[in-house]
Design a protein around this ligand. Sequence first.
Ligand code: ATP
Length: 477
Amino acid sequence: TASALKDIISHAKEYGFVFPSSEIYDGLQAVYDYGQNGVELKNNLKTVWYKAMTMLNDNVVGLDASIFMHPLTWKASGHVDSFNDPMIDNKDSKKRYRADTLLEERAAQLEDEGKEAEAKALLQKMAKCLDAGDLEGVRQIIIDENIKCPVSNTANWTEVRQFNLMFSTQVGAVSEDASLIYLRPETAQGIFVNFLNVQKTGRMKVPFGIAQIGKAFRNEIVARNFIFRMREFEQMEMQFFVRPGTEMEWYAKWKETRMKFHLALGIPATSLKFHDHDKLAHYANAAVDIEYKFPFGFKEMEGIHSRTDFDLKAHQDLSRKKQQYFDPEINENYIPYVVETSVGADRLFLAILCNAYTEETVGEGEQEKQRVFLNFHPALAPVKVAVLPLVKKDGLAEKAQEITNSIKFAFNTTYDDGGAIGKRYTRQDLIGTPYCVVVDYQTMEDNTVTVRDRNTMTQERISIADLKEKIGYAVSM
Ligand code: ATP
C-alpha cells in the first residue's frame, strides 16, 4: 500500500498512536509522544527485538546503560570532534538548513529532469569539499547552483558552519563546579565501556554480543518526515565482539539475520533492500543499511557496521585501562573486533505502521464501501482481542465481561459494548486488532463465541474454553 505520509500521520494521531510533543503549546519540532496504542506497538517491537537478539542467538546478553556518560567517552568515540553536520543560514528568512541536504535535493531535482550526469557530478563535487573540510567550497556550490531558500526565495546565504549534533547540559549544582556532559547520541558507547564488565562477570567467550535498547538524542538540523528523524529517539543496538580476522563472516551472518527479522515482522521482501555504503565512516571496514520503502522513498531503517577495534582501542587509549580479551583457543590476547547492528525503534515503528496501513473496497453494488484497517502481525498489534456483547441486555454484557477477565492477563484485551456491532468492528480494524470475540444468544446456551478475523472479516465459532489457547497461539511470533 503506497499510502501518502500525510494519511499515516493523521491516522496515527487520530487513533492514539503518535502525538506531537506538548501539542497544547503548538508542539516541539521533531519530538513526539506515543499514545495509548502507540506505546503498545512500540513495546511489542522492542520486546520482539530483544527476545530475538538474546534468545534466538547464542551468546548475546542484554544491558541497560545510562544516558549520561563520562564526557571523555564522546572524545574517544569521535563524537566531540566529528559528529557534525554542515549548516547554512538564509540571511533573509533566518532559516537554517543542512548544506549537504540542499545540494542533495538539487541533485534529486536534476535527476528528475533527466540530467543524471549533472546530478552525479554535483554530488561528487560536494563530497570532495566535505572530505577536505572545505566549507567555503560547499557554500560556493550552493551559490553557483543559485539555490534559493524555500521560505524567502532568495539566495542570500551565510557561510557554512559545522554544527555538532550532541545536546549538552551541566552536572553539579554550582555553576563554577559544574561540568559539561552530553546526552548520548547513540547507545553503542554504553556497551563498549561495559565490554569487560559483561565479559568477566558473565564469563563470556568471544564471539559474544551485548544488546541494548535506549534513548538517544541528536540535535538534527533538518527534522522532517514525522518520526523518521527525531531529536529524541530510541535505538536498539547490538555489538558483537569477534576475533580479529573473522569479522567479515560475522558481518555476513548478521546481515542475513537482521533481514530475516524484518521479514518475520510481516514486511514484504519487495519493500526492503540492502544498500551498501559507498563511503565508509572512519571507524568501519564494511557497512550496509537495510532500507525500507517509506512513502518518501527507500530510506535507512537499520545499519550494520563492521567497526573493527576502533571503539575499544580508543577507550583503551583514553582511559588507560586495557580492553583486551584472552582467547584460550589460540592462547592470545587481543582487542576484539566488533560487528554492530543498529536499528531505530521509531523508524521500525514507522515502517511497520506504513506497511500495515491498508485501504480496501469491500462489498458489492449498493453494499460497496471503503474500509481502512491496520494489517499488523498479530504479535505486534496493540490490542489482541476485543470482546463485544451483541447486545447489552439478557446477561450478554456480564458474560462478555467474564470472558474479558479470564483472558486479559494473557494478552491485551478490551471490552466494548458501545454502539452497533459494525461500528465496533470498524473501531478495532482502525487500530489493527486481529480478533473480535462476539458474545451472542447462542453463547448463553452452549458457551461458544464467534471470533472475527480482521483481515478476512470471516467468523468462526469456538468454545470459550479454547479461547485463551487458540488466541494465545495466534498472537505469538
Ligand atoms: P541518518 O543517515 O538517517 O541520519 P545515521 O546513519 O546517522 O542515520 P546511525 O547513526 O547509523 O544513523 O543510527 C542507527 C539507526 O538509528 C538508524 O538506522 C536509524 O534507524 C536510527 N536513527 C538515527 N538517527 C535518528 C533520528 N534522528 N531519529 C530517529 N531514528 C534515528
